[in-house]
Design a protein around this ligand. Sequence first.
Ligand code: SAH
Length: 361
Amino acid sequence: MTALADILRRRIAATGPISVADYMRDCLLHPLHGYYTTRDPLGAAGDFTTAPEISQMFGELLGLALAQAWLDQGAPAPVVLAEPGPGRGTLMADMLRATRGVPGFHAALQVHLIEASPVLRAAQVLALSGHPVTWHDHLAELPQAPLFLVANEFFDALPVRQFVRRGGGWAERMVGLVDGALAFGLSNPAPLAALAHRLDDTAEGDVVETCPEGPPLMTGIAARIARHGGAALVIDYGGWRSLGDTLQALRGHDIDPPLAHPGHADLTAHVDFEPLAEAARDAGAAHAPLTPQGVFLESLGITARAQALARGLSGAQLNSHIAAHRRLTHPQEMGNLFKVLAVHPACAPPPPGIATTGAAA
Ligand code: SAH
C-alpha cells in the first residue's frame, strides 16, 4: 500500500467519503506524496508520452502559429508567452528555437511558466537555460499584457467530479472504504442546478463529469486576450459536452485501476471543451470550432517539415521519425483523439492552422 493510500484511508475513515475531484487532486499534487510533486512522469522510462516528447515538430509548428498570430495582430510589445503545465519544458524550448528568426518576436516576449511540480520545474530550468523565464504557481499571477499561450495536456490533469444520472437528479461518485480498502460509491441523488441542461441529453445511469477548476482558469486567460490581444491554443484529448466515465490511471504506459496506486499513477480525464469555450466567450474573447490535432498540424505544414527533417536521417532514426509523424497526425493515433481549442480576440482571426468554420464538436 502506498503512503498516500494510507493517508486517504485514515481521512475517509475519520470524516467520510471524498469526491473523485478531491481524490484526484491529492493523488496528483499532494505536497509530499503527489504524483507530479514527486517525479518526472514523462517519456519511455515514465508513465506516459506527450506530443512534444514524440517529436520536435509539434513545438516548432505551435511556436510558428503563435508567432504568426502575433504578427497578424501588429507585433505588439511587450507580450507574454505562457505555458501552464510545461512538463519537461520541451514544447517551450522547441517553440523558442523555431521562432528565433521571426523579426522582433523574441525581443518582445517574456516567457512565463505555470508549474506545480518542483521536479518538473527543475527539468524546465535545464531545458530553457539561456532564456529568461518567470515561474508561477497560478495562472492568475500572469501579468496583464497581450498573452500568447499554449497548454498541452494541462487541462486533462485538473480534477473532475463525476455524477450519475438518477431520475431528475444526480448522485455524485465518491471514494470511500469497503472492508478497509478504497472503493467507489455514490452519494444520495439530488437535483443540481449546474447540471440542469444535461437532463436533456442524458439517460438514467449516464455519467457526466465536471471540471470545477477549468472554466475559471480559462476566464483568466480569455479576459487577458480580449483586453490586451493575444491567442491561446489548448490541446487535449476530449470533446464537446462530456458523457461517460473518462477517469483514467496510467502506470508504466499501462492502464491501471484509478484507485490501485494513489500517488504512483497518472490520473487524467477527458477535457470537456464546451464549458471552456463558454468561459472564453463570457470573458469577451472569441473561439474557433474545435480542430482535430491531425488537421491542425497538417494545415501548418507538418508533412513538409517532416520531409525536410527526414533528409538528414537514415535507418532506425528515420523509421522512428516517420512513426512520430504518423503518431501525431493519423486519425487512428493522436490525430482525432486530440483536439485544439483556439481562443482569440473577437477583432482578430484565430492562429493559422485553425479551421474557422464547421461544427462545434
Ligand atoms: N505539457 C507537457 C506536460 C503535460 S503533463 C507536455 O505536453 O509534455 C501535465 C503538466 O501539468 C505537468 O507539468 C504537471 O506538473 C502540470 N500540472 C498539473 N496540475 C497542475 C496545476 N494544478 N497547476 C500547475 N501545473 C500543473
